[in-house]
Ligand binder design. Structure first.
Ligand SMILES: [Zn+2]
Length: 426
């Protein structure tokens, strides 16, 4: 897949900030060697010789970033949605993830996940695999082949799981992680590793210490879960009695952000004042997963507060806590749950707007990957061409309204074309 230079004509929408939605009806998006050169109402003369891809009448937006998703859980979406987090993990998640030691099973399951994400609106993702290094590499091979740009983590867990899944010791988990890192080194252009302690209840102190060493030696980003569910937070308090909060426990091991440790924490539903201050100081990215937080009775994350505090936030599908991979769906869910939070518990902070949800699913999460998620000059050119005529007949709505309806009504089949770093996937 070669990077290319071209001009894309269509009805263009993109965010430059939470409240900065730009629209360019019949606009021109210029892509030079995979990077955006800008969006123009009329094509500047200097770009007139580039190939023109004329998608007049179609909506053009940046690709979407799924900041938190579990690939091995794609197989059991929609099951156990009447349970709470810890029961759901033991009943459905751990038995399913144990199956990925079988590479034939893993290949069939991961191929379906990758094919479906490729066909939808997400262009980037931060992905949890399982504890198995071989199956994790296989997932990375499939993702690389797909053209998606992803960070993938071999999961670490050496306690509180089932015997057929849990790693036998901190040392064994660390050694498997190092072997996996070595096997993937230099192998990919679009796929990278991310260190993935599942969550504190799954990792002994000895494992967290080893992972911190690996993080420093290999300069890896980190992803995990934070303050998701009441039962889980109470459990962490028991497991880490000397820590002032769940976040403080990660921080005590050196696995909680900072300049040399870019970190995504999923959920952040029940964070305390001190924990939020620490997240802000460490530059933690919040992966807001509204569908999962609803399905597993976790609650509603205070996203408005995070935005007001300047804490970076993106959206996660959290399949299979969430049931759908599309981050358009997560945008709609984010608006909905923010209105319930406002109505039921916190009228001091306004619910999210559609434009803000669009920002979270594009630039908000995309920025974890660098200059990603916008069409401002210098951004990597990840673009969707969406045929929205199935639900908005031509000429009936202004562009921002077409975008809002796309957030709520679009399905994967409406994504007509998809570009990542300027390469056309379809
Ligand atoms: Zn998760």
């Amino acid at each position: 897949m070669n990077q290319t230079s071209f001009v894309l004509k269509g009805d263009i929408c993109y965010s430059a900030g939470p409240n900065e939605l730009y629209t360019a009806p019949d606009g021109f998006l210029v892509c030079l060697q995979g990077q955006c050169a800008g969006v123009f109402p009329a094509l500047p003369e200097q770009y007139a010789s580039l190939p023109l891809l004329d998608y007049s009448g179609f909506l053009v937006t940046p690709g979407l970033t799924d900041l938190h998703v579990h690939a091995p859980q794609y197989t059991f979406r929609g099951l156990g949605m009447d349970l709470e987090l810890l029961d759901w993990l033991n009943t459905h998640t751990f038995p399913e993830e144990a199956k990925y030691r079988d590479l034939d099973y893993a290949e069939t399951a991961y191929r379906r996940f990758v094919d479906d994400v490729r066909a939808g609106p997400n262009t980037r993702a931060c992905i949890f695999a399982t504890v198995h290094p071989e199956a994790t590499l296989l997932l990375m091979d499939l993702l690389e082949e797909s053209g998606l740009v992803t960070l993938v983590g071999k999961v670490n867990m050496d306690r509180n799981s089932t015997p057929d899944l849990q790693e036998i010791s901190a040392q064994a988990s660390a050694e498997a992680t190092l072997a996996w890192l070595e096997a993937q080194a230099g192998r990919y252009q679009r796929t990278g590793p991310i260190l993935t302690p599942r969550f504190l209840p799954s990792c002994t102190d000895g494992l967290m210490e080893r992972l911190a060493q690996i993080q420093q030696q290999h300069h890896l980003p980190v992803q995990s879960h934070l303050s998701e569910n009441q039962g889980e937070v109470a459990w962490v308090r028991e497991l880490c009695p000397s820590s002032s909060s769940y976040g403080d426990a990660y921080d005590s091991f050196g696995l909680f952000g900072g300049a040399d440790c870019p970190t995504i924490m999923a959920h952040c539903v029940l964070c305390t004042q001190d924990e939020i201050a620490l997240m802000k100081a460490r530059g933690i990215y919040v992966a807001h997963c509204p569908a999962s937080n609803t399905n597993l009775a976790s609650g509603i994350a205070p996203v408005r507060r995070y935005l007001d505090e300047g804490i970076p936030v993106g959206l996660g599908s959290d399949v299979a806590g969430g049931t759908h991979t599309s981050i358009f769906r997560a945008m709609a869910d984010a608006v909905q749950v923010s209105k319930l939070r406002w109505r039921l518990s916190d009228q001091a902070r306004a619910p999210l707007t559609a434009a803000e949800a669009f920002y979270l699913g594009t630039l908000g999460g995309g920025s974890f990957f660098g200059k990603v998620g916008s069409f401002a000059p210098g951004y990597e050119c990840d673009a969707l061409v969406i045929d929205d005529r199935r639900f908005t007949p031509a000429g009936q709505r202004e562009l921002s309204q077409r975008l809002e309806r796309t957030i709520y009504l679009s399905e994967d089949r409406d994504i007509a074309h998809k570009f990542i770093r300027g390469a056309q996937l379809f």
